[in-house]
Design a protein around this ligand. Sequence first.
Ligand SMILES: Nc1nc2c(ncn2[C@@H]2O[C@H](COP(=O)(O)OP(=O)(O)OP(=O)(O)O)[C@@H](O)[C@H]2O)c(=O)[nH]1
Ligand SMILES: [Mg+2]
Length: 294
Amino acid sequence: MKSGFIAICGRPNAGKSTLLNQIVGEKVAIVSNKPQTTRTKILGVYTEPDLQVVLIDTPGIHKPHNKLSQRMEKYIYTATEDIDALVYVVDCNIKDAELDAEKEALCGLKTADIPVILAVNKIDTKERLELLPILDKLKDLYPFAAIVPISAQKGNNIPALFDNLKGFLSEGPKFFPDDVITDQPERQIVAEFIREKALRLLNKEVPHGIAVEIERMKLKDSGTYEILAAIYCEKQSHKGIIIGKGGEKLKQIGKQARTDIERFLGTKVYLELWVRVKEDWRNKENFITEIGFE
Ligand SMILES: Nc1nc2c(ncn2[C@@H]2O[C@H](COP(=O)(O)OP(=O)(O)OP(=O)(O)O)[C@@H](O)[C@H]2O)c(=O)[nH]1
Ligand SMILES: [Mg+2]
């Protein structure tokens, strides 16, 4: 029996959560094209009869600009303690001007004693020949244990990456029962599915200031889950944008979220969404703790 803990790190939008979902085979972490989608560390568990890998998805590495980002940064650094290896994900569409930021992010991870595997992601967006000079530049950033070009979204080369990771596991027990795929409670996953739809359907600064709290979640005798959730935003003007003309935007968020939640819970769902304003909540420690960031 072999097992181990492997953290997935990298700058925002690199595709870390997409990679986690691809390896676990289920959506356990939400994904969007907005940077800083992931706000905590999320465990994804992959189990075979004689092997278990616990992957830890983390928020994208960025300079903290409010109390929420400071907490996000803490999740990154606690995720990289006591791990067997680290997968560093980089988007192959990286520009030369971003190489220094990438190097700084890597150095900040303090991985001196941990093998770091570079996953060069989104190769489905490039021709093979275009990729070679990029790989050449990236290899100089850090003494990587391996470099594996992948497409987390399409699944290209994921078996090669996974085979590589297996080499860093050691003899040890399973840390989770065979049927567990994540450490997140049901309520949190439901809240995250709603936040994902809000991130995808909203633009500019509105999505970054959103938090979702499940206020009630109850399984009725009829077999339907009744869920009441609050979408918090930072400004009164944002509330109007989230609700949209005639309530259309909020309806769309609810409809898309409900589809995901029903699939995940395996039951019918009645979902009611409210929009609430909490001025500057990303700088309010108590509120941040209250909505689930420990
Ligand atoms: N074309 C392509 N797009 C990808 C791939 N992997 C991820 N993406 C897209 O890149 C965007 C960011 O993906 P995420 O998985 O949310 O990235 P992340 O690194 O977790 O981002 P943060 O949580 O914000 O740090 C999404 O729009 C994904 O659909 C890939 O292999 N190919
Ligand atoms: Mg993410």
